[in-house]
Design a protein around this ligand. Structure first.
Ligand SMILES: *Cc1c(COP(=O)(O)O)cnc(C)c1O
Length: 355
């Protein structure tokens, strides 16, 4: 018997969510964003579920190579581009496309003099002010890349800061569209939020991430309402039961004190597994399929759930921390973060199974 915590990855859910993306953007090619180890689900596991995508976006050359070695023939894009000259040769060898977002990366390509050939996604800073070439330098980058012997093709790319918020994308979209609309090159703008909310941003390539994993990019719209199915369930078991009298407390810091006789299940899952330590009393959880909530402070390897009203629950009861009964976004909201962070933070020590 091993520790009962288990993450189950549902390939059918990945496939389903990819189909939802396609339904929203039927004219676009889909670049499935599988950075950060497939948002915590496992790079190759996720690639398998999303093998119907037209491309994959990752950060490192190593991830790109792993995908090629697994046999994927799609476009593979390095979202932050090359970090040094040695990476160019490797990227070229494995047909990895690269973002170009600054002068250093442009020079790497120019200095290669056609020795190593790559497809380029020129990233424009349309207002997020994270990565990208400012509008004022766009034409200079464009001309130099056009003239660059190492560049096999070019796509124009930008990224939105507030596609998931009330502010929307209008300003950034206008800036990018004005700069690029006359150019006969493919363009890519939309993350999940823009894909779902702003069809005008779809263009030739959309870049969904979070929605493919069945979590929501929005604070005000849940994944189920978007027709998405969670690709990860995190579950464990109750390994001990404690009976608290009124006035007794539980766990580090005595963060919970019983106001009635309270039955507590101790669950084999803690922050070292990736469960958020900031989850307060009342964070949703399901025990043997019934909704209840956490109490007390999350410890490294364990947390506590209230099973006072679940008389059949006890040692060995199955606990879903997040998945189909408890939305990861609901846990995240309680803990003051987003589903993205919880999924990515799944700890390497957690066993993973296919569902
Ligand atoms: C992570 C990322 C995405 C995907 O964003 P989601 O909100 O997960 O859909 C798209 N484009 C870029 C440049 C990214 O870094």
């Amino acid at each position: 018997m091993s520790r009962p915590i288990l993450a189950t990855i549902h390939r059918d859910a990945l496939r389903h969510n990819l189909m939802v993306a396609r339904r929203h953007a039927p004219e676009s090619r889909i670049m499935a964003v599988i950075k950060a180890n497939g948002y915590g689900h496992g790079l190759l596991r996720v690639a398998e579920g999303l093998s119907g995508a037209d491309g994959f976006a990752v950060l490192s050359v190593d991830e790109g190579i792993a995908l090629r070695e697994a046999g994927y023939q799609q476009t593979i894009l390095l979202l932050e581009g090359l970090f040094d000259a040695t990476e160019l040769a490797v990227a070229a060898q494995h047909r990895l496309a690269v973002v170009v977002h600054n002068e250093t990366q442009l020079r790497l390509l120019e200095d290669a003099h056609g020795k190593h050939m790559v497809a380029v996604f020129l990233k424009v800073n349309s207002g997020m002010n994270r990565l990208g070439v400012p509008a004022g330098r766009f034409w200079s980058f464009y001309d130099r890349l056009k003239a660059c012997k190492s560049v096999t093709g070019m796509t124009l790319l930008t990224h939105f800061a507030t596609a998931d918020e009330a502010t929307g994308i209008a300003n950034q979209f206008e800036r990018f569209d004005e700069l690029t609309r006359e150019i006969a090159l493919p363009r890519s703008m939309a993350n999940s939020a823009a894909l779902l909310r702003y069809p005008e941003t779809h263009a030739e390539w959309v870049r969904p991430g979070i929605m493919l994993y069945g979590a929501t990019p929005f604070a005000d719209r849940c994944a189920a309402a978007l027709g998405l199915v969670p690709a990860m369930s995190l579950s464990s078991e109750i390994i001990a039961v404690q009976q608290l009298e009124t006035g007794s407390s539980v766990g580090y810091g005595y963060r919970f004190t019983a106001t009635r006789p309270t039955r507590i299940g101790v669950v084999a899952c803690g922050y070292a597994d990736g469960y958020p330590r900031h989850a307060p009393n009342g964070t949703p959880v399901a025990v043997d399929g019934s909704a209840t909530h956490t109490i007390g402070r999350v410890s490294m390897d364990m947390l506590y759930v209230d099973i006072t009203d679940l008389p059949d629950a006890g040692v060995g009861s199955r606990v879903e921390l997040w998945g189909s009964q408890v939305a990861v976004d609901a846990v995240a909201a309680a803990a003051g973060t987003v589903g993205y962070e919880l999924l990515c933070a799944l700890a390497p020590r957690v066993r993973v199974a296919h569902g």
